[in-house]
Design a protein around this ligand. Structure first.
Ligand code: NAD
Ligand code: NA
Length: 399
């Protein structure tokens, strides 16, 4: 069959395996030529390893100087009668192939990272086949639902404001149009539920359980990712429900840092740059900011994608010979280039000009859409999309 992209709104309904492989190769090639991680993690567990920042962390740690063995946990869909499957499914497979060719362990667990069963499987694997301990745990889950471990009922996050509603334009990738939409105000319950899904509770629980199981190495570090963003985005992000959840995550990192200091380890949150990922395109009224940011950062030569961000994070922040640089709230700031004053000034000017008629010229819509399509394996010059893909052989591929 020939695989054509299927996009509904801002959600990709399929992926191209050959393009996913190309994306993995490109990321590997990038980190091999970038400033290396001098010495760092050897045994890493990544929760949310199949796309975005988690996948980039995995590639960076394996191929960017540290030669780490990795365990990746993710929630992805393989080929079935419903279709070819999700990009993350193929990312897992092709990452593992490349890592194994380089003599590294790359174990994939596909399933619900929130479940007790997943924790048990991972611990069992660390003990039996991964040398008994991990020295880094990366927490990079992004999702809209989390089961309550006590009742099994679902908490659902809401991407809403706290206080006043905000009306702003948002991109529809399917139709290449910009539509006005209103981001409503969250109820107290919606704020709490969003904290449950995207805050630090599950991260803390993972670290507790790994610690109790005795599988955290002396000096073990843990990291989670956050976003703060430019002032123009505060009403929809930093001061909204997602920002509340991130504040919870930041507080959790302080707790975990205390706990891990007992074994000479540490916990940090790294604040990252706004990027096009499966998760971020979903944030209403956020796209004009990303369009403007991409335009300005590309003009200034400071644009990075997930892989550049993660390689810089590990080589210049986390695994440096000195102490990890942090801000007054103990956060690692790898969003420094995004928040550069001259960048934000230009971004504000562009956002003021963006309308549903001119967004593709004023902002970097081409870059936005290209990155989105490539996340799903489409739009790589190196891939011949007219070559037929054999569905049966896809079903033979195992994570
Ligand atoms: P993403 O959608 O690309 O990746 C999310 C990962 O979580 C995937 O591997 C997915 O399979 C996994 N996942 C989701 N639900 C799961 C479940 N129940 N069980 C197991 N795995 C599950 O998202 P991303 O943008 O890379 O986000 C990762 C983190 O980075 C989030 O904390 C996000 O807030 C943060 N962040 C993102 C941006 C951005 O602009 N994209 C900026 C700063 C920080
Ligand atoms: Na991720």
């Amino acid at each position: 069959m020939i695989i054509e992209p299927i996009v509904k709104g801002v959600v990709a309904r399929n992926s191209h395996p050959a393009g996913c492989k190309q994306a993995i190769l490109n990321q590997i090639n990038y980190v091999k030529t970038a400033k290396p991680i001098e010495s760092g993690a050897q045994k890493v567990l990544i929760l949310g390893a199949s796309s975005g920042f988690g996948l980039a962390s995995r590639v960076s740690l394996a191929f960017g100087g540290a030669s780490a063995d990795t365990i990746g946990v993710s929630f992805e869909r393989g080929p079935s009668d419903k279709g070819v499957g999700s990009a993350g499914w193929y990312n897992n497979i092709y990452f593992r192939e490349q890592a194994e060719q380089a003599g590294l362990i790359a174990k994939n667990f596909v399933g619900d990272a929130f479940s007790p069963a997943m924790r048990a499987q991972v611990i069992e694997y660390i003990r039996a086949e991964f040398g008994g301990k991990v020295d880094l745990v990366v927490y990079s889950l992004a999702t809209g639902i989390r089961p309550n471990p006590e009742t099994g009922e679902m908490w659902r996050s809401s991407i809403k404001t706290v206080g006043e509603p905000v009306t702003g334009p948002t991109i529809n990738i399917e139709t290449d149009t910009m539509e006005q939409m209103t981001v409503g105000t969250a109820t107290e319950q919606e704020i709490i539920d969003t904290e449950k899904v995207m805050g630090g509770e599950d991260w803390e629980s993972w670290i507790e359980i790994l610690s109790e199981a005795g599988v955290l190495a002396t000096g073990c570090k843990t990291l989670a990712y956050s976003y703060i963003g430019g002032k123009s985005t505060y009403p929809i992000y930093h001061q909204g429900t997602l920002g509340r959840a991130k504040t919870h995550l930041h507080t959790t990192s302080d707790k975990l840092n205390e706990k891990l200091s007992a074994i000479g380890g540490s916990a940090h949150v790294s604040v990252c740059k706004a990027l096009v990922t499966k998760a971020s395109v979903y944030i209403p009224a956020f796209s004009p900011y990303i369009l403007a940011l991409y335009k300005v950062m590309k003009q200034q030569g400071t644009h990075e994608t997930c892989i550049e961000q993660m390689q810089r994070l590990f080589s210049e922040r986390v695994y440096t010979s000195g102490v990890t640089p942090i801000d007054s709230e103990r956060l690692i700031r790898i969003d420094d280039w995004e928040l550069d004053a001259s960048v934000q000034q230009e971004v504000d000017k562009l956002i003021a000009k963006i309308t549903p008629d001119n967004f593709a010229e004023v902002g970097d819509y081409e870059g936005y859409k290209t990155e989105f399509m490539q996340l799903n394996g489409f739009g790589f010059a190196e891939v011949d999309y007219q070559t037929r893909v054999d569905f049966d052989s896809l079903t033979q591929l195992q994570p």
